[in-house]
Each structure stands twice: as structure tokens, then as C-alpha cells.
Write a protein that binds this ligand. Structure first.
Ligand code: ADP
Ligand code: GN1
Ligand code: MG
Length: 351
């Protein structure tokens, strides 16, 4: 690791480098020098097939954010590589980068109060607004068709048919659940294609642990994990955040009776996110809650697809981890369906 780190213009002498954080995609390390802390990442080649293009997105997005934020802690800072640019390619063919560590922050796995979740809404909503003038066509699609739920269904069915690990028979119930909702799952994609919903620069991975709160004020400080900043829909960012943060249980909870959608949290996020976004259209406001359901469905399908394919995409810590994750998403969708009229009522407040 030392030889990787030495290729970046870091400040001070290296003291330690340890695995850090709980992301499912990249390999992340906390680097400590006698001067300051950094985050070193090996960007996942399994997830991203054009990492130079991805890094170009990140460089330009962080530059755009720098022009709009006075506080340097409120956006990510890449550390230059000594040979130029902001990444290096190792002998093993792996892409590495370093960010300055944003000090004195909280990275929560679950909101400790509605106010924490409200703040994450402020953070992601502000992020979207600050990028509303960003030249959208210049962004590389770092994962093509990332939130194309119709295509996610196609990939799911392909994995089912191939059944390369002999796991399909054991997940019939889960499979049926997802297939029953295939038509509805494609709604947002179709509305985007028909022009009913505007394409915006979105984050696309708005889990609570992708926004840092200031440790003293607990206010939204810095949106991180910019690898999937791409053209998308407001409903993706709204929905994915709700899926993760309004759940009463962890994404991989085994006791499914603990998994419900908390409507107080749901409203808290909406209160933070919606007013911060740059003016949402009537059609967007009318479909944000559909985003919550569809993003939950989509993540469930993605987890189950990865389980069927032998766990090749997400990091797992136990053999059935992806299946457990898929099952929590099913429970959440079921609970959203049960509470749908209450959710629609909440959404009336923002129209
Ligand atoms: P992944 O794509 O694998 O989720 P992230 O970029 O989200 O990777 O990083 C993983 C974790 O590392 C985050 O959840 C957060 O805890 C921490 N992290 C990442 N970047 C920073 C940073 N600049 N300052 C502080 N913590 C960070
Ligand atoms: C991944 O990278 P991370 O852990 O923040 C995934 C998201 C999923 C999420 C589920 C690039 O997010 O799309 O919603 O796991 N990111 C990518 O926890 O696939
Ligand atoms: Mg992350």
C-alpha cells in the first residue's frame, strides 16, 4: 500500500493505513500521516468499466461545487497524483485515488433522530440544486442504465435463467414477488423516456452513509461517494434515500419483522429534501413517492440478481448476505404498499 500512497502528493509521513467505512463497492482505507488524515480508495473495477471517465466526472463535479460553497469541508477534495491527474493505475490494473478526510463528521448507518434524516435530505437536495446548471451531457454514464429498472428486470431474468449457482429454486417466493411488480417497476423509466419527467444531474446513491453531518451541529455538511453522479431523476435520489433511511431496520436485517417504513422519518426526509431542490415540476412532485417504492424494488432485484450470480458485485460478509438484503427490500415494499394512502397524504403537503 505504501507504494500506492507514495504516488500521491500527500502531506506528511505515513503512519498507518487501515480498512475503513462500510461501503459495498469500493475498497476504502483511512490513511494517517503525521500531518493529517486521508481516504484512500481502490475504485471497483467490477462496478465501473470506465474509471478514467468516472474520475473526470468527479473532478468536474467537485470543481463546480467548490464555486458554490465557501466552507471547504462541504465538498470533497481529491489529492493530485505526483505524475499529474487525480488517480493512478497500479501494476495489478487497479485504479486508486485519495480524498482529503473530512474531519469532525458523522457518517451514520441509521438516523438517530428525524432531524438527522431531515439533514441528509437537506444535503442531497442542496447537492442536486447546486448541480442544476452543470452541463449534463458532459457527464460520463459511469454505470450505463444504472437506474433503468426495466433493464434491471432483464438482467434479473437472465440470471434466473442461467442459474449458474443452482440457487433459483430456493428463491421462488422472492422471484414471484419481484415479477408481480415488473410493470409498475418500469413506470419512472417510461415517464423519463416520454419526457414527462425531466432528466437532472443526480447523485444516484443517496444512502444516509453517503452524506457526512457535522459532528457538532449535526447539520448536513458534505455529500460523498460521487462515483454515480450521472443524468437521472429526482425520484431516484429521493427514493433511494427513503429506502435506506426510513427503514426501521438495517438493510441486511435477518429478523424481517423489524423491517417497516417509518412515516415520521419519511416526512422528515421530505421536509429536508424537497424545498432544497431546484424547483421540482408538478410531475416530479407527483412521482417522488413512486421513486421510494421503485428504488426499493430495484435494489431488491439487484441484490437477488447478485445472489443468483454467486455474489460477484456487492461486498458480502456472510454466505446469504445478498439474499438477506433482497428480503428486507421485499418487506419494505410490502409495508409501503400497506401504507400507500398515508404516504400519498404526506406527499400532498409538498404539492
Ligand atoms: P463506497 O462506494 O464503497 O460506498 P464511499 O466513497 O462511500 O465508498 O466510502 C466509504 C466510506 O468511507 C463512507 O461511507 C465514509 O464512511 C468514508 N468516507 C469516504 N470518503 C470520505 C471522506 N472524504 N472523509 C471522511 N470519510 C469518508
Ligand atoms: C452500493 O457504494 P455504496 O455502498 O454506497 C450501490 C448502490 C446500492 C447500495 C445498496 C455503485 O452503494 O447502488 O443502492 O450499495 N452502489 C453502486 O446498499 O452500485
Ligand atoms: Mg458509499
Amino acid at each position: 500500500m505504501e507504494s500506492i500512497i507514495s504516488q500521491f502528493a500527500i502531506d506528511g509521513n505515513l503512519i498507518s493505513c487501515e480498512p475503513y467505512g462500510s461501503g459495498h463497492i469500493n475498497r476504502t482505507y483511512l490513511v494517517v500521516t503525521d500531518r493529517r488524515n486521508y481516504v484512500l480508495q481502490c475504485v471497483s473495477g467490477a462496478a465501473f468499466h470506465n474509471i478514467p471517465g468516472l474520475m473526470d466526472n468527479v473532478v468536474r463535479v467537485t470543481k463546480a461545487l467548490a464555486l458554490q460553497n465557501e466552507d471547504p469541508r462541504s465538498y470533497l477534495h481529491l489529492v493530485p497524483a505526483r505524475t499529474g491527474g487525480y488517480w493512478i493505475l497500479s501494476d495489478k490494473g487497479e485504479y486508486w485515488r485519495i480524498y482529503e478526510f473530512v474531519e469532525h463528521t458523522l457518517c451514520l448507518q441509521t438516523p438517530e433522530s428525524p432531524s438527522d434524516f431531515y439533514e441528509s435530505g437537506v444535503g442531497f437536495g442542496r447537492f442536486q440544486r447546486q448541480l442544476s446548471d452543470f452541463p449534463i451531457d458532459t457527464l460520463v454514464e459511469t454505470i450505463p442504465r444504472f437506474h433503468d429498472t426495466i433493464d434491471r428486470y432483464r438482467l434479473f431474468k437472465e440470471a434466473l435463467a442461467a442459474d449458474c449457482c443452482g440457487r433459483a429454486a430456493a428463491v421462488k417466493k422472492e422471484t414471484e414477488f419481484f415479477l408481480d411488480r415488473e410493470e409498475e417497476g418500469g413506470t419512472l423509466v417510461r415517464m423519463r423516456e416520454s419526457g414527462e419527467l425531466p432528466t437532472r444531474v443526480t447523485h444516484n446513491d443517496t444512502k444516509l452513509n453517503n452524506v457526512l453531518l457535522d459532528a457538532d451541529t449535526r447539520k448536513a455538511l458534505c455529500v460523498i461517494d460521487l462515483d454515480t453522479v450521472m443524468p437521472g431523476l429526482a425520484a431516484y435520489d429521493y427514493g433511494d434515500a427513503i429506502r435506506f433511511g426510513a427503514s426501521t431496520a438495517a438493510e441486511d436485517e435477518k429478523d424481517l419483522d423489524k423491517v417497516t417504513v417509518d412515516l415520521t422519518m419519511y416526512k422528515a426526509f421530505s421536509d429536508g429534501f424537497i424545498p432544497e431542490c431546484s424547483s421540482l415540476t408538478e410531475a416530479e412532485l407527483a412521482t417522488l413517492h413512486l421513486g421510494a417504492k421503485i428504488m426499493t424494488l430495484e435494489n431488491g432485484i439487484r441484490f437477488l440478481t447478485d445472489y443468483l450470480k454467486g455474489d460477484v458485485y456487492y461486498s458480502i460478509a456472510r454466505p446469504e448476505h445478498n439474499l438477506d438484503r433482497a428480503r428486507t427490500q421485499i418487506r419494505l415494499v410490502q409495508d409501503m404498499e400497506k401504507k400507500w394512502s398515508a404516504i400519498e397524504k404526506i406527499m400532498q403537503d409538498y404539492r
